[in-house]
Design a protein around this ligand. Structure first.
Ligand SMILES: [Zn+2]
Length: 490
């Protein structure tokens, strides 16, 4: 039977159907060392240089739990409103070359964090968090030559154990999400929480956050869940949305053509924009879980949990409130969107500090979520003082909006101050008397237009501004020209 081909317009979900989505997010913890040994936890080193007998699973080696990993896991649980409780470690047995021990130490029956929730910032929807448990990461295999990076068709495979044993927290949501957009909003908010709590750097592109999506479909109004498929290792928000929409569409078309959805684990192919079957879904008994005999139960005291609570910084919801307080009113719309973006990208401290230095809040928010956000890699080049100076120059019309944007992007590139950059670009503001001279020159050269403008044809101000711009070679500020024109007419 021919494989159903989901149509191009997968963005418009099929009327009469509903998606049911639950997400499992693996988050690498920002510790100095691995979960059970003293090896360095960091990204991008030479393969197989951060390894030892423990993380290689050599016979006779014994794990010692990393206290700071447990603390960060507790921070995540508290930030997600979970109950933090006594938990135990299990061995999850499976055979694969990226897992040197042939088992992964994870938490199975009793997770350290259970029964929490997260509120989506725009839709205000509550998403239940079933659990957020601690486990160790696997190594990383690379399949070389043919096969497009997949094992099938590859000439040979390489394994790097630097990642084996890095502490992870796996955050499992209930199947409460109903669209790809909600899934994206959930992951953005979760990432902001993980970063704000100090638990993770949240870098999806480096694999610090990896998302598996459980997707099923059902007819609108139905209470029953459909058969789900799990899409593995989605490592960007864009892939997450595309993969979910493709997969839901595929399932609906299968059902509509009289076939059955088979429960399986699927792989997202970014280039072709399709999910493909990897393997039929494992059940828990396939892993032969049993309690890890080399580790005692984890039982954080109430005092320690309270101490940890005190070390969690301002979380995104509180950060959004702090931002909103800068504005007279924030209703649904562009300002709220910008606030959510600024907090999601960690730019809210910059905006708040600039406003405290006297900058206009709306302008600060706009420049942060547009120009600064688009060059966020260079954020460290931008001081609060320079940013607020630039905003003041724009607010006082010493720079036009277009000029201010250009200056800001150069400031991010070079780390220089706004005056210096504006001068180097020839953006120095024209002295008021020079500007007035230019306006007079234009008026005497266009007496008819001036007469009509004087009679109240306001739309002609655009003509005059254009002429002054030309004379000044683009250095004049439109707002300043307008006010000179108005004063001369009066
Ligand atoms: Zn090690």
């Amino acid at each position: 039977m021919a494989k159903p081909m989901p149509s191009e317009a997968a963005n418009e979900f099929i009327p009469g159907w509903e998606m049911v989505i639950g997400l499992e997010v693996h988050c690498e913890l920002k510790t100095r060392t691995k979960l059970f040994c003293g090896c360095t936890n960091s990204f991008g080193h030479e393969p197989n240089t951060n390894i030892c007998p423990v993380c290689l699973g050599l016979p006779g080696s014994l794990p010692v739990i990393n206290e700071s990993a447990v603390e960060l896991a507790v921070r995540i649980g508290l930030s997600l409103n979970c109950k933090v409780d006594e938990s135990i470690f299990h061995r999850k047995n499976y055979f694969y070359p990226d897992m040197p021990k042939d088992y992964q130490v994870s938490q199975y029956e009793r997770a350290i964090n259970e029964n929490g929730y997260l509120e989506l910032p725009l839709s205000k929807k509550m998403v239940r968090i079933e659990r957020a448990h601690i486990e160790e990461d696997t190594g990383k295999s690379t399949h070389v030559g043919g096969g497009g990076g997949r094992i099938h068709g590859a000439d040979h495979s390489l394994v790097d154990y630097n990642r084996a044993g890095i502490p992870l927290v796996e955050i499992v949501s209930a199947p409460d999400l109903r669209s790809a957009d909600e899934a994206r909003e959930y992951v953005s908010e979760l990432r902001a929480i993980l970063v704000a709590s100090g638990a993770s750097d949240g870098k999806m592109e480096e694999g610090s956050l990896r998302v598996d999506a459980n997707v099923s479909v059902r007819r609108l109004g139905s209470e029953e869940f459909g058969t789900r498929c799990e899409i593995k290792n989605l490592n960007s928000l864009r892939s997450l949305v595309r993969a979910i929409e493709y997969e839901a569409q595929r399932q609906v078309e299968l059902i509509n053509s009289g076939e059955r959805v088979i429960q399986q684990t699927r792989h997202w192919n970014e280039d072709q924009g399709v999910t493909t079957a990897m393997r039929s879904k494992e059940e828990a008994y396939d892993y032969r879980y049993f309690p890890e005999p080399d580790l005692v139960p984890l039982s954080p005291s109430d005092e320690w949990i309270a101490e940890i609570q005190g070390r969690i910084g301002l979380l995104p919801a509180a950060r959004r409130e702090r931002m909103a307080s800068l504005f007279a009113s924030v209703s649904a719309g562009s300002t709220l969107d910008q606030i959510v973006t600024a907090v999601g990208l960690g730019l809210d401290d910059l905006v708040v500090a600039a406003v405290e230095c006297g900058a206009d809040p709306k302008l600060a928010l706009a420049r942060a979520t547009n120009e600064v956000a688009s060059d966020i890699g260079n954020l460290s080049n931008l001081t609060v003082a320079n940013f607020s100076d630039l905003l003041m120059m724009e607010f006082e019309s010493k720079l036009s909006a277009t000029q201010a944007k250009t200056v800001l992007s150069k400031m991010l590139e070079s780390g220089s101050g706004p005056q210096e950059v504006a001068k180097s670009l020839g953006f120095e503001a024209l002295d008021a008397s020079i500007l007035e001279g230019l306006v007079d020159q234009v008026i005497s050269g266009s007496p008819k237009e001036w007469e009509r403008f004087s009679m109240g044809e306001d739309q002609l101000s655009g003509f005059f501004i254009g002429q002054v711009m030309k004379l000044s070679k683009g250095r004049a500020d439109g707002k300043a020209v307008t006010s000179i024109l108005r004063s001369k007419r009066a």
